[in-house]
Design a protein around this ligand. Structure first.
Ligand SMILES: Nc1ncnc2c1ncn2[C@@H]1O[C@H](COP(=O)(O)OP(=O)(O)O)[C@@H](O)[C@H]1O
Ligand SMILES: [Mg+2]
Length: 229
């Protein structure tokens, strides 16, 4: 059987509460329900994603590994990527070595950022870590900021401008502050399942549409090898 070389999406930022776990859980659910083989890695010692997953609802249908041993991070991700289309890694809310290893393995790093100065500052620091990891691995690791928990579009526009000015490439999609995202954590589910017609589910669908070309644009490794023969 041919090996699947899955894509690796890492959600990282040194700022707690920015929306990493929520983004990972909702995107994973969206892709799982659209027929992709999805795996999750909880790399946060607080294990928020693991608890969400343990509630026995829709998120539990997805394979999850809790991995807080930084030295096991790359083998864990690599093993899951052999058998899944996409592996989503949820990092801790503080920069640690596990986060650096996950970023080193990533096809795309998503940097969730709330619309305040401290979040923007932390997003830029995380982006610098991505740049260092790119230098270390001698390949360009793409990263995008994602404005999360947006309450006011005017302040979001301001944060967006700052991110652009400082070269942090925000996605067009922004995730609005909506109660259903918090509700989903209690249900062990996601807005796409609780209320597929909701605005929150729409946010997630739009996010998936925007990042899919970034993740899957590159030719699969097998295809490149066949072409080179
Ligand atoms: N778009 C949103 N709207 C409302 N609440 C949100 C949203 N995104 C996250 N939250 C809530 O904010 C808190 C922190 O989010 P979380 O995804 O756990 O952040 P992180 O993983 O970056 O620490 C959680 O209680 C979560 O339910
Ligand atoms: Mg988290």
């Amino acid at each position: 059987m041919k090996k699947t070389i899955g894509k690796i999406l890492v959600a990282a930022t040194g700022k707690g509460g920015a929306g990493k776990t929520t983004t990972v859980a909702c995107l994973a659910t969206h892709w799982h329900r659209s027929g992709r083989k999805v795996a999750l890695v909880d790399a946060d010692p607080n294990q928020t994603l693991t608890r969400w997953h343990a509630k026995g609802s829709s998120l539990s249908e997805i394979v999850l590994r809790t991995e807080t041993d930084e030295h096991a991070m790359i083998p864990t991700i690599a093993t899951l990527a052999e058998a899944h289309d996409v592996v989503l890694v949820d990092c801790a809310g503080f920069g640690n070595q596990a986060m650096v290893f996950a970023i080193g393995a990533a096809d795309l790093v998503l940097i969730p950022v709330m619309t305040d100065e401290a979040n923007v500052f932390e997003a830029l620091r995380t982006r610098k870590i991505v740049e260092s990891a790119s230098t270390l691995t001698r390949r360009a690791i793409p990263s995008r900021a994602l404005l999360c928990r947006v309450k006011r579009t005017t302040i979001a526009a301001h944060a967006r401008q700052q991110l652009i000015a400082l070269g942090a490439a925000p996605l067009d999609t922004q995730i609005y502050d909506r109660v259903i995202f918090q509700e989903a954590t209690f249900h062990g589910s996601s807005p796409n399942v609780i209320d597929p017609g909701s605005a929150a589910a729409g946010d997630i669908e739009q996010l998936a549409r925007e990042i899919e070309p970034l993740l899957w644009a590159a030719a699969p490794i097998e295809a490149v090898l066949v072409h080179a023969e």
